[in-house]
Ligand binder design. Structure first.
Ligand SMILES: Nc1ncnc2c1ncn2[C@@H]1O[C@H](COP(=O)(O)OP(=O)(O)OP(=O)(O)O)[C@@H](O)[C@H]1O
Ligand SMILES: [Mg+2]
Length: 264
């Protein structure tokens, strides 16, 4: 083969490889964007369900008029949560799909956990009572004011509680506890249920997107809840731990620093 032919062949091969790399990056980016859009839609569903549930109670006259104000407040809070999610999606940094830059500075705020625990308790109260599940929440007395991303905490709590409610049969119980970690620098949210539990083989795969099972009650999901919670915890400099045994319930621990260090 002539020297110039060899050169041309090599140049063609290099160009082909470069093109493959660009296509691969583009596909990875598209997948990441697709997953991000689905994650937002997924997390709008929890407050949206509460909004529909409580407005139906009012429309159908299932609750007495003196309870209307309470229900209107739940609807108002849920709608504001949805609006906040929509806003953060509009402000999403689509060039940072690996989340390497961490949360934006204005997302990090001081906030009192007790208020949010009260909010999620109200959000799931109706489901718990409809399903005959004993639902309790507790915040330890020494629990500090947090400086982190409230919206991440809200999404993590609603996703883990929605799983606990989904996979626990009537007569069972679900609890949420907020307490200090022994070290004093981190805080814990512990979500326990007495439900179906997760088989060991499934537990290994559980953080991959779209791994889902239908609950005994027949509820279907998309398999995005836990991967979302895991990602949110990483963004807060924390982690999620799951311990579970088939037919013996599940314990999810969300552990993260009480103060999120701003990105350098
Ligand atoms: N508390 C739990 N008890 C029993 N199984 C659970 C529990 N939490 C999660 N799982 C199992 O892990 C799977 C994945 O949970 P994940 O929240 O990611 O998705 P999903 O609940 O199926 O769907 P989605 O959250 O997208 O509506 C569930 O389908 C279920 O098999
Ligand atoms: Mg789920």
């Amino acid at each position: 083969m002539a020297k110039s032919d060899k050169k041309a062949k090599k140049a063609l091969k290099d160009a082909q490889k470069a093109l493959e790399r660009v296509l691969k990056n583009e596909n990875a980016f598209k997948d990441a964007v697709r997953l991000s859009v689905r994650s937002f839609a997924h997390d709008i569903k929890n407050p949206l369900n509460a909004l529909i549930g409580y407005s139906q109670l009012m429309c159908h006259g299932t609750i007495p008029p003196e309870k209307y104000l309470e229900s209107a407040e739940v609807i108002d809070t849920a709608a504001k949560r949805m609006l906040a999610l929509c806003n953060s999606m509009l402000e999403e940094d689509w060039d940072d799909k690996n989340g390497t830059q961490g949360p934006a500075e204005d997302e990090v705020q001081d906030f009192e956990v007790a208020d949010m625990i009260g909010e999620v308790e109200t959000l799931f109260q109706q489901t718990a009572s409809d399903r005959d599940i004993d639902f309790s929440t507790r915040v330890s007395e020494d629990f500090p004011t947090l400086h982190t991303v409230p919206q991440h905490i809200y999404r993590a709590l609603t996703n883990t509680l929605s799983n606990a409610m989904k996979f626990t049969a009537g007569g069972g119980n679900v609890s949420l506890k907020a307490e200090m970690d022994g070290s004093g620098d981190a805080v814990l949210f512990v979500i326990r249920d007495s439900g179906e539990g997760i088989p060991a083989t499934q537990l290994k795969e559980i953080l991959k997107p779209y791994k889902t099972t239908v609950s005994a009650r027949g509820d279907e999901g998309t398999g995005l809840g836990l991967p979302i919670v895991n990602q949110l915890m990483l963004e807060l400099g924390g982690r999620m731990e799951i311990s579970s045994r088939e037919h013996q319930g599940t314990k999810v621990t969300l552990r993260f620093p009480k103060t999120l260090q701003a990105a350098a």
